[in-house]
Design a protein around this ligand. Structure first.
Ligand code: HEM
Length: 302
């Protein structure tokens, strides 16, 4: 059920944590990724923090651009096509997959697994002749992601933001990923989701039900939504479950992770049924399917 947090002059925020309501809201054309520094005080502060994390040189990363941005949809489809072609046969260095497989089966080598996961996320954006896995290089890249994560925290991240640590980390991630907005998105933003998925895979492999060497990989057992996606309303509007009209430039916080249930539609975690669908959905699934395959093989031979 949507909840409206309204303190006149201070906050106008709609919180939604129901999967069906989120699916309906994601399609509404009056809700967009505007990131306009408008509305009451708390809204502005939250938007400023989002802009700091999701903007580059004063504009939204392509992955966070508004629906009608002239480049967005074509780039989204082109990335989906490129990533889907890439996974026709697993492209990643076996050493990286083995590092993740070791971690999910034994719990040992967590840092190595994090470096390897960073490599797999960054892989589509690495220079063509430079796609082999070097643990030290990707461990450094993972460290840059961690700096960005800390800087996103309202209070804990304040000093990092004041010192510009997040900006420097973003620049270095961009250098490593061909200056591509999507490369920065893959490493600097969504790696947080992939880390949770890695942990879920570890938990699944520890269950007796998957002890069977032939147990098939099931994405839905480990799928994980981002914590939240955010929209603003361009004009005042009505929203289901909220009595009063929601004024323009309110924040609509859709809490995907909290809303995700076993029954949520396939692809809910990637907004697959909507204009903002994640073009990396099959690519991400393929990484974990490959880790699962190698992990099962090593479990069977142990
Ligand atoms: C290699 C890693 C990834 C890349 C390159 C990537 C890329 C993208 C891009 C480009 C978009 C924006 C599409 C658009 O509207 O133009 C997007 C959206 C999205 N992605 Fe991903 N993604 C990655 C990983 C993930 C992961 C791990 C998850 C979740 C587990 C995820 C969930 C989503 C969701 C929910 C959206 C919709 C956001 C919204 O509606 O505002 N992505 N992704």
């Amino acid at each position: 059920m949507a909840r409206y947090q309204h303190i006149p002059g201070i906050a106008s925020i709609v919180h939604v944590d129901d999967d069906r309501e989120i699916d309906a809201l994601l399609d509404r054309t009056d809700l967009d990724r505007a990131y306009a520094v408008k509305g009451p005080l708390l809204n502005r502060l939250m938007i400023l923090r989002l802009r700091r994390a999701l903007f580059r040189d004063g504009r939204a990363l392509l992955s966070f651009a508004p629906r009608e941005n002239s480049d967005r949809a074509a780039a989204q489809s082109a990335l989906a096509k490129r990533l889907d072609a890439m996974i026709e046969s697993p492209p990643w260095d076996n050493t990286a997959i083995a590092a993740m497989a070791t971690y999910v089966t034994t719990g040992a080598g967590r840092d190595a697994a994090h470096a390897a996961l960073t490599y797999a996320a960054a892989y589509p954006f690495l220079a063509p002749g430079d796609t082999s896995y070097e643990a030290a290089k990707f461990s450094r890249l993972f460290g840059l992601f961690q700096i960005m994560q800390v800087a996103r925290m309202p209070w804990k991240g304040l000093s990092s933001r004041l010192m510009g640590k997040d900006k420097r980390a973003a620049r270095e991630i961009l250098q490593a990923t061909g200056g591509d907005d999507y490369g920065l998105h893959a490493v600097g933003v969504t790696l947080a989701n992939s880390l949770v998925i890695l942990e879920r895979l570890r938990a699944v492999l520890a269950q007796p039900s998957t002890a069977d060497a032939n147990a098939a990989f099931e994405w839905n057992q480990i799928r994980t939504s981002p914590v939240a996606v955010t929209r603003q309303n361009k004009a005042s509007c009505r929203m289901p479950g909220i009595e009063q009209e929601v004024p323009a430039n309110s924040l609509i916080v859709m809490k995907l992770r909290q809303a995700q249930r076993a029954e949520s539609p396939d692809g809910f975690e990637f907004a697959s049924a909507h204009w903002s669908f994640c073009p990396a959905s099959r690519y991400i699934e393929a990484i974990f399917a490959r880790v699962y395959e190698v992990a099962k093989r090593s479990q069977a031979s142990a």
